[in-house]
Design a protein. Structure first.
Length: 643
C-alpha cells in the first residue's frame, strides 16, 4: 500500500496493543497494522485493517488477435488456471475460436489482485465491450504484429480514449513469419493520432508478446522467458483502484449480467465506493428512473474464472450479486438515499431486424422439443436478461421482431436455441431504417479487406455495386489492404461471396459507423431460387439433371416438401422443380443411358449462410438437427397470386 493511502484506506480498530497477523478473509488478504504516535511522553497505538491493492483492466482487440490466449497464459503463470480451463468456456466459443461473451477473471501477482475482463473482438458483439470499459481503469490493447490495427481495434480504442483511459499496447504474435514490428508500431501510433488521442495517451508503453507461448518482453532486443514483463508493466502503469474508506456509502455499478436457473438474474458490478455485504438491503438507482429496493441474496467475487462466495466486498473490487430480478446494465447499487447514481452506460443500438415465429413447414414438430410461440417468447425473454445488444418486440401476435447488431449476433442466438431443443422459422434480416431530423437514414459500415493484390479488382467491383466507396488502399508487397464505406444493406449476404471471390485467401472485417442518409436501391441478389414442387425423398437421378442449372443445397436421399428451396439458379430466375423424379424403367438399353451419375457436393446450409443467401420472400427453418430454406408461401399458386 502506498503511504499516502495509509490513513484513508485503513479502519481504526482500537488503542490496545495486539499481535500483528495476516489472514485471507473475504477472498482478499487483510492485515492488522500498528501505528505508534508519541505525544507528551505517552505512546498511542492505533491498529488498522490493510488490504491488497487492486488493479482492474480489460483486454481489448480485433477478433483473433490473441486476447483470450493471452489471458489464459496470464492465469497459467499466476496459478489461477484450473487444469485446461479457458476463458472461452462456451461451447460455441470453443468451436468457432472466438470470444462471444465478456467474462471476468482475477489473478494475484506480487501481492496485488488484478481483475481482468476478457472482451469479444467481433463487431457484432461490440455492446459487450462498451459497458466493460466503464468498469475498469486501464486497457491492454492487443494488436497482431502481422495484421496491425483492424476495424474492431479502431472501435475499441476509440471507446477507450473517449473515456480518458491510457492503453498499454501489446504487440502479439511477433513470432509470425510475416510479422513486421516497426510497421505495426507505426500503424498503432497513426491510429492513436487519427482518433484524437491526447499527448499523454499517445505516449503509450508497448510490450512485445507471444501469447500462446506465455512470453513477453519490454524491448525488442530482450530475451523472452515468461509474462513477468507484462505483469510488471500492469503494476507500474495501471492506477490502483480507489481504496475503501470506512463509513462511506456504497456505490457500485452494474456492467454485465448473468443468469442462474436457481438465483435468476445476476448482476456483475464494480464497487466504486464503500462496501457491500451478503443479505444487505440495497437501493437500485438509475438516472431518470424511480428508485427500487432489493436484498443481496448471494455475493461472489472472482478467483481465476471461478466464483467465490464472500460475506463482504470492498471498494475497487468486481463482484457478482444475486437477488435483484429487475436490475439492468448501468444501474447503481447503494445503501444510502442521499447517494447520487453513477452516470448511465450507453450501449449502441441494433442495426438489423427480423421476425422469429413458430415453424409452420410440413416437417414442423419432428425434431424440436419447444415449438410453440409461447415457448419461443419465454426463451427470448430469458435472452434479454443477459444480451443487452438485443431488442425484442412482443406485440405482434405469434411472431416477434428481434433486433440485433449483425448477422452473427442473431446466428449465435439461433444456434444456442436449436441446441436447447427449440424449433422455429425466421425471416430475412433487414436493416433498420430511421427518420433522423426528417431524413431517411440507415446504418453504414466501414469495411477493411486484406487480400492478395490479384483479387482487388473483383472485390472493389463487387462492393461497388453494393453501394460501397473506397476510402483508402495500402499496398505491402503482394498484399493489399482496402478500406471502404457503405450501407449495411450492401454487406448483408456478401461475406460468403467474398470467400469465393478471394478463393479463401482474404480477410474481411467491418465496424458500424452509425446512421447516415439512405443510399438508394442496391441490387445484391444475382441468383434465383430452385424450389421443390412436391414432397418426398430427393433422388440422385433428378438432382443430376438439376445441378447444371445452379448450385444445390441438398443431396440424394434428403427429404423435401413443396415450397422448400433446394438450390439456386445461376440465371437469376425462380424455378419450380421435381427433385423426387426417378428414371423411367424400360426393357430397352441405349448407348450412354446407363452411365454412372456423378453429383457435385451440395452447399450445406448453416444458420449464417442461410441468413445471408435467403430472399425476402423466404424463411429459414431452424430445428435441432436441420437448417432449411423455404418459401414463405409454400404453394406455387399462392406465390403467383401474391406477386
Amino acid at each position: 500500500m502506498h503511504r499516502q493511502d495509509l490513513f484513508k484506506n485503513l479502519k481504526l480498530l482500537d488503542k490496545t496493543p495486539k499481535k500483528r497477523y495476516s489472514s485471507h478473509v473475504f477472498g482478499r488478504a487483510h492485515f492488522i497494522a500498528r501505528l505508534s504516535l508519541f505525544y507528551k511522553g505517552e505512546t498511542f497505538n492505533y491498529y488498522f485493517i490493510m488490504s491488497k491493492e487492486i488493479r482492474n483492466i480489460a483486454i481489448i482487440a480485433h477478433v483473433d488477435h490473441g486476447k483470450t490466449t493471452l489471458t489464459d497464459a496470464l492465469m497459467e503463470q499466476t496459478g489461477a488456471r484450473e487444469k485446461d480451463a479457458s476463458m472461452d468456456s462456451n461451447a460455441l466459443e470453443q468451436e468457432r475460436g472466438i470470444t462471444i461473451y465478456a467474462k471476468n477473471t482475477s489473478i494475484e501477482y506480487k501481492d496485488t489482485k488484478i481483475n481482468i475482463v476478457d472482451t469479444p473482438g467481433h463487431a457484432d458483439f461490440g455492446s459487450e465491450v462498451e459497458r466493460v470499459l466503464r468498469s475498469i481503469d486501464c486497457v491492454l490493447l492487443v494488436v497482431d504484429a502481422q495484421e496491425g490495427p483492424m476495424p474492431q481495434t479502431r472501435f475499441v480504442l476509440k471507446k477507450s480514449l473517449e473515456l480518458g483511459l491510457k492503453p498499454i499496447v501489446v504487440l502479439n504474435k511477433i513470432d509470425k513469419p510475416a510479422a513486421d514490428i516497426p510497421r505495426a508500431e507505426e500503424q498503432v501510433l497513426e491510429l492513436f493520432l487519427e482518433l484524437g488521442a491526447n499527448d499523454e495517451q499517445c505516449d503509450f508503453t508497448t510490450v512485445y508478446a507471444i501469447g500462446r507461448e506465455g512470453k513477453a518482453k519490454r524491448k525488442v532486443e530482450d530475451e523472452m522467458v515468461d509474462l513477468s514483463p507484462l505483469l510488471d508493466v500492469i503494476l507500474e502503469l495501471v492506477p490502483p483502484a480507489r481504496a475503501y474508506v470506512p463509513g462511506e456509502a456504497l456505490r457500485a455499478q452494474v456492467f454485465n449480467l448473468g443468469y442462474d436457473n436457481f438465483l435468476g438474474r445476476l448482476a456483475i458490478a464494480r464497487v466504486y465506493e464503500g462496501s457491500v455485504k451478503g443479505n444487505q438491503q440495497l437501493i437500485v438507482k438509475h438516472e431518470g428512473q424511480e428508485n427500487r429496493k432489493g436484498k443481496v441474496v448471494k455475493l461472489n467475487t472472482f478467483k481465476g474464472i471461478s466464483k467465490v462466495e464472500t460475506p463482504e466486498a470492498f471498494a475497487g473490487d468486481i463482484v457478482m450479486i444475486a437477488g435483484f430480478e429487475d436490475i439492468n446494465i448501468g444501474d447503481t447499487l447503494t445503501d444510502s438515499d442521499a447517494a447520487e447514481p453513477l452516470p448511465a452506460i450507453k450501449v449502441d443500438e441494433p442495426t438489423i431486424a427480423l421476425q422469429f415465429m413458430p415453424n409452420s413447414s410440413p416437417f414442423a414438430g419432428r425434431e424440436g422439443k419447444y415449438v410453440t410461440s409461447r415457448q419461443i417468447k419465454e426463451r427470448l425473454e430469458k435472452e434479454l436478461e443477459v444480451n443487452v445488444g438485443l431488442q425484442v418486440n412482443f406485440d405482434q401476435g405469434d411472431s416477434f421482431e428481434v433486433r440485433g447488431r449483425g448477422e452473427m449476433h442473431i446466428a449465435i442466438l439461433l444456434e444456442n436455441m436449436r441446441r436447447e431443443g427449440y424449433e422455429l422459422a425466421v425471416s430475412q434480416p433487414q436493416v433498420i431504417i430511421k427518420d433522423i431530423d426528417g431524413v431517411k437514414s440507415e446504418p453504414f459500415e466501414e469495411v477493411t479487406v486484406d487480400i492478395p493484390s490479384e483479387f482487388q479488382g473483383a472485390v472493389i467491383e463487387r462492393l461497388g455495386t453494393r453501394g460501397f466507396t473506397m476510402t483508402n488502399m495500402i499496398m505491402h508487397e503482394n498484399q493489399v489492404r482496402i478500406m471502404l464505406e457503405g450501407p449495411t444493406r450492401g454487406l448483408l449476404g456478401y461475406k460468403n461471396q467474398f470467400v469465393v471471390d478471394t478463393k479463401g485467401d482474404g480477410i474481411l472485417a467491418s465496424r458500424v459507423l452509425g446512421f447516415r442518409p439512405y443510399a438508394g436501391e442496391i441490387k445484391k441478389r444475382q441468383v434465383g431460387s430452385m424450389i421443390s414442387m412436391i414432397q418426398g425423398k430427393a433422388l440422385g437421378f433428378a438432382l443430376f439433371s438439376l445441378q447444371d442449372r445452379g448450385q444445390l443445397y441438398i443431396g440424394a436421399g434428403t427429404e423435401v416438401y413443396e415450397g422448400m428451396v433446394i438450390g439456386n439458379t445461376s440465371k437469376g430466375e425462380e424455378m419450380t422443380v421435381n427433385p423426387t423424379k426417378g428414371k423411367q424403367l424400360t426393357n430397352m438399353r441405349a448407348s450412354g443411358s446407363d452411365d454412372a451419375i456423378v453429383l457435385i457436393n451440395p452447399r450445406v446450409i448453416s444458420i449464417e449462410i442461410g441468413l445471408e443467401i435467403m430472399a425476402d420472400d423466404e424463411y429459414l427453418e431452424v430445428t435441432p438437427q436441420s437448417v432449411r430454406l423455404r418459401k414463405a408461401k409454400l404453394k406455387e399458386g399462392d406465390r403467383k397470386r401474391g406477386s
